[in-house]
Each structure stands twice: as C-alpha cells, then as structure tokens.
Design a protein around this ligand. Sequence first.
Ligand SMILES: C[S@@+](CC[C@H](N)C(=O)[O-])C[C@H]1O[C@@H](n2cnc3c(N)ncnc32)[C@H](O)[C@@H]1O
Length: 236
Amino acid sequence: MAMRTNRRDENVGRSAASDLASRDLSVASVENAFVEGVYGKIAKGYDFFFGPTLHPGRLTAIQRMGIRPGDRILEVGVGTGINLGLYPKDCTVTGIDFSDAMLEIARERVERKGVLNARLLQMDAADLKFADNSFDIVYAPYLISVVPDPVKVAREMRRVCRPGGRVIILNHFLSPNPFMSRVERWISPATIHIGFKSDLDLPAFLAQAELEPVSIEKVNIPRWWSLVTAIKDEPK
Ligand SMILES: C[S@@+](CC[C@H](N)C(=O)[O-])C[C@H]1O[C@@H](n2cnc3c(N)ncnc32)[C@H](O)[C@@H]1O
C-alpha cells in the first residue's frame, strides 16, 4: 500500500516538473526591437516613474549581495545607471544595456556623480560578450520580465558568473494569488508598452533556466517584487 502511494507521488511530482518545464512564461511576447523602441520613448521619464517606487528593492538587493572588496559585478540592464552610486567604491561594476537612450542617461549620471568604478557597454543581455566565469556577482535588476527570452538571459548570466559566485534577479513575477494572477495575465499585453510583462511565471522560469535559488525575498511596498539569489555550482 505504502509502495503504491509513493509511486503515485512520484508520478504527480514528475508531471508537475514537466508542466513547469514546458509551460509558457507569459501570455505576452516581445521582440528586442519593440523593447528598444519602448525604452527609447520612456528613457527621459524613467527615473521619475520607476525611480522611487522600485528603490527599496534596489537597496535591499545591494545590502544582501555581500559585496567584498575587489568583487567584479555585472549589472545586466543597467538602464539609466540608477544603481551605480549604490555599489561600494572598492568593487568594479560593468553595466550593460542595449538601449542607446537609457545608456546616454547612465553616462551623464556617471560623469555628474563622479562614479569611478563603473564602465558602461552596449550589449544584448541574451548574448553577453564576456568569457565564461568573468564575474563574482551577476545582477539583473528589473530586467528579466522585460526581455524577449528570460531563460536565455538567465543562462548567459550564469555562464559569465564564476563558480561559487551569485546570480541575482530582482523582478516582479506573477502573483500566486488567483485573483491577482488573473489580472496580471489580463494586463500583460498592455504593460509591455511601458516596458515589462506583468505575468512572468517564477516557478516555470526557475525550472526552465535551471536556477535553484538559495533565497527568494519579497521586496518593495507592496511586496509584489522578488529578490531571487542563486549560487553557481562549483565544478565537481
Ligand atoms: C526596467 S529597466 C531597469 C533599469 C535598472 N536596472 C533599474 O534598476 O531600474 C530595464 C532595462 O533593460 C534594458 N534591456 C531590455 N532588454 C534588454 C536586452 N535584451 N539586453 C540589454 N538590455 C536590455 C532596457 O533598455 C532597460 O534599460
């Protein structure tokens, strides 16, 4: 009898895993050109609309990173460089983004604030031009629900992170609350016009990207955003 129950549990577990591995991450889909167009239009207003509201999450992420002197940090989707002044001065930061308009504002900010430990590069997050294992911390704040292929981006993030280093994702994901999730799915085809999908499915994303988080912390007010930390495995 016990044997039968175990087999049944195994089958349920297997079918849940295969559902996570194959289900769509969002009802909405975007292409790079579309995303670039959106950020080209909203770049000038970005800090006003997405600055203060999303800032508690940014501050928590930096506190939890445990940055050590000399750490090499890659910020993926650096945008207007809103995080650049938050990193300790004794680490080095590489910020990448593919939007000219957003990077232009980041460059002005670096100049204005005299940030000396950051470099900015134009690059697609899904095709990072860095060697494997190049960074101690690879961090994507508010990016993963913006890109066309979040799984590809997460795989690239893990590739360029050194073994034992941290892959950190700060983002809004589909709510586990049935009513909220229905609303988020419904509005997602509209929210892409202001730069993100509101219904990215976290469990399916983690399964498909093969990321096993060591922590998931709810951040911001309301606590609708998640700070996901994974550690890249050391080679066996
Ligand atoms: C919501 S903003 C986040 C900006 C910043 N990290 C923050 O904390 O507010 C998303 C950024 O990702 C950039 N982005 C979107 N798709 C990208 C891609 N495929 N490669 C690189 N950057 C991308 C956008 O241009 C934009 O600057």
